[in-house]
Design a protein around this ligand. Sequence first.
Ligand SMILES: Nc1ncnc2c1ncn2[C@@H]1O[C@H](COP(=O)(O)OP(=O)(O)OP(=O)(O)O)[C@@H](O)[C@H]1O
Ligand SMILES: [Mg+2]
Length: 472
Amino acid sequence: MSRRAQNFVCQNCGAVSGRWQGKCESCGEWNTIVEETAAAPTGPVPGRRARRGRLFALEPLQGEAQAAPRLASGLPELDRVTGGGFVKGSVLLVGGDPGIGKSTLLIQATAAMAKARHRAVYISGEEAVAQVRLRAERLGLLGAPVELAAETSVEDIIATLGEGATPRLIVIDSIQTMWTDTVESAPGTVTQVRSAAQALIRFAKRSGAAMFLVGHVTKDGQIAGPRVVEHMVDAVLSFEGDGLHQFRILRAVKNRFGPTDEIGVFEMTGAGLREVANPSELFLSQRDLGTPGTAVFAGIEGTRPILVELQALVAPTTLGTPRRAVIGWDPGRLSMVLAVLEAHCGVKLGGHDVYLNVAGGLRIAEPAADLAAAAALVSSLANAPLPADAVYFGEISLSGAIRPVAQTAARLKEAQKLGFARAIVPEAVRGETAADAGLSLTATGALSTIVADIAARGTHPRRHELGARQDG
Ligand SMILES: Nc1ncnc2c1ncn2[C@@H]1O[C@H](COP(=O)(O)OP(=O)(O)OP(=O)(O)O)[C@@H](O)[C@H]1O
Ligand SMILES: [Mg+2]
């Protein structure tokens, strides 16, 4: 008689080892390895003769392609992120911090589908039906004909959903609470999460229903992160935001049917998530006009221009090593901008603490924000408010030159739409877009010119030093 094989599986990354260890050699996490019974015996099933594989026809690449039939969700911001609506038979994983609003977003999406007379099912493994009802009541969704259940057994769910008309949308909240009879491991372990996800994905592909899986993001080794599921699903969406701001941003991390650089912007209110169709207005709604250290950056997220305020504070340090703190931007890029300011523009920051913040809790990844960040920093140091009606964008190179960036026209158009009159831009912009921009453009090739300009307006006692390079 053969003993059942025991595996030691890392609950963080899914790596399998032959013995228990304190630290996973694959991902480096501690205390994440748990003993699990091997999911299925390998090799042919005892007592059955090995069968020759069935022959199937291979097809050429050219042929009839089925256009991905999409179904709009009723939430335009969600559709923007998924690439235009739900694709039949596709499975989407939604991850996010606890309490960020995943269940809220998905019950709203389910209700919107149900209101459009599509069969929509919401299965909660975490909350009782009464709790989900309570939330729906607060969100004013009780009228929507959503089909609701609190279930965790994958076999029961698949059997129930297989009855009657195929649902157009199924929400499983969350994948960590689901379990299947086919494996022995406890619910929440990597093996269970993987097997449950596999069964649910197979059901979605077979039936043509679009399916949402909610996954918890946690560093805790007790609950399997959705990492193992990421490879199995068609799209991975991440729901982000922080507790201090009302804004929530939905971002596609992976998408087999659409682009991954679009974001959806929502605002969390007492009555649920409100879609923000014009994020620039929101991010600029509480500006302190006329204060030094703020610059408006004309950015691009996917195909959508977004204007956002960068705030800088440069203050004399009281510490041996001055502090550099940045929220919403890459600390490496801040260091680079500071180094260029020191080396090419005569801005001495060695004795100053530097803080940089992107207003509204947005996270910017574009290098195009370099120029706006530099302008905000110099404005704070020189105590010189920047013009309230100006936007900035441009990438700064290590030589101190300002390099052109993509999608200039869209950035300028958005700035004009929101009432800005001036744009400080890279030199290359001048020719192509000046004519139809409707803004007064200041095109500059060197960062030092802009620094000297800002410093000339300031009240910093040593502001002349900032323009020293310019004169010489
Ligand atoms: N009465 C209320 N008024 C305003 N906002 C509320 C109210 N009740 C809940 N919220 C917001 O909804 C959030 C919880 O939303 P939700 O339950 O959808 O999050 P979740 O991501 O599903 O959480 P979990 O990870 O626990 O499942 C809270 O953090 C809070 O911001
Ligand atoms: Mg939830």
